[in-house]
Ligand binder design. Structure first.
Ligand SMILES: [Zn+2]
Ligand SMILES: [Zn+2]
Length: 291
């Protein structure tokens, strides 16, 4: 599966316009609103018909609702020293290689993380928040296309296996996985949590405990869009409570998108205050630093 990322076959732009449509997988049965009937219909579809790629609608491959060509065209962030478009291990910031310095194990760190130790022992973000990932995450969150969370979660799990296998200093996966919790009002409005879906998929694929409910959101910071890094950090302060299941355990915090890291950083701080041994951050995508 890792080989998919190395393929260079271009994705025909006309094939990609279906991202964000409310019925990405077509086939009629998707309009049934009964939960039971939808599940039964999808089980039959998956059993007897090939899955459809969520991006281009051609036949999907493997266990994903995606085809190899679309996955190969995802805007990948490198995780290797010496390459441009490389992510800092601590904060996930994407930089040109000249702005990063590698430690003795060849792991890249940005200037800010070298000057002050980051909250996260490791940040893994496989893709930039760019086409088609941005549209897919938007469809997951706004149109409840939960198949997107499952497929991207499975790809994130593959990336995590690769990272853990190549990280000479931190080769082990954490003890438990938790999603950045939504505010209860937001969750009730959506009727599901995108980050919780991703965390559940990743934890299942990696056979790591999924600590659903270990963290709750007690404050509503409102939308953090269009706020500066400092404003976001101030608004999110004290927004989480974490139970004692994290005590002396290595924790992975999961979210869909990483922007400034204010929200996930606040949850990490709460985990460390509750006695977590370490916290790492797993996200699907990283926005540009100045977002
Ligand atoms: Zn495709
Ligand atoms: Zn950094």
């Amino acid at each position: 599966m890792y080989g998919k990322y190395n393929r260079t076959a271009p994705l025909p732009s006309s094939d990609c316009r279906s991202v964000g449509h409310s019925e990405p997988q077509g086939r009629g049965l998707r309009n049934i609103h009964s939960t039971f009937l939808v599940r039964a219909a999808r089980a039959l579809e998956r059993r007897w018909l090939p899955a459809t790629c969520l991006v281009c609608r051609s036949d999907a491959t493997g266990t994903l609702d995606l085809c190899d060509s679309c996955v190969a065209c995802f805007p990948r962030i490198e995780w290797a020293s010496g390459a441009d478009n490389t992510a800092c291990l601590g904060c996930g910031a994407v930089s040109a290689a000249r702005h990063l310095r590698c430690d003795g194990a060849g792991r890249p760190w940005c200037l800010a993380c070298r000057q002050r130790a980051p909250l996260f022992r490791r940040t893994v973000a496989p893709w930039r928040y760019a086409y088609p990932i941005d549209g897919m995450i938007g469809a997951l969150k706004q149109q409840r296309q939960r198949a997107i969370g499952r497929s991207l979660g499975l790809l994130l799990a593959e990336e995590l296996r690769r990272v853990a296998a190549t990280d000479a200093l931190q080769p082990l996966l954490p003890d438990l996985v938790m999603a950045v919790p939504d505010h209860p009002a937001r969750r009730a409005e959506r009727q599901f949590s995108p980050a919780e879906d991703i965390a559940s998929t990743v934890a299942g694929a990696l056979a790591v405990e999924h600590a659903s409910g270990a963290a709750i959101r007690v404050g509503d910071a409102g939308s953090l869009a269009r706020r500066s890094r400092a404003e976001r950090a101030l608004a999110i302060r004290g927004a989480f409570r974490v139970d004692d299941s994290v005590f002396r355990r290595h924790v992975a915090v999961v979210d869909d998108v990483l922007t400034t890291g204010a929200t996930s950083g606040e949850l990490a701080r709460e985990c460390l205050d509750a006695g977590a041994a370490s916290v790492e951050l797993w996200v699907l995508a990283r926005t540009a630093l100045d977002a």
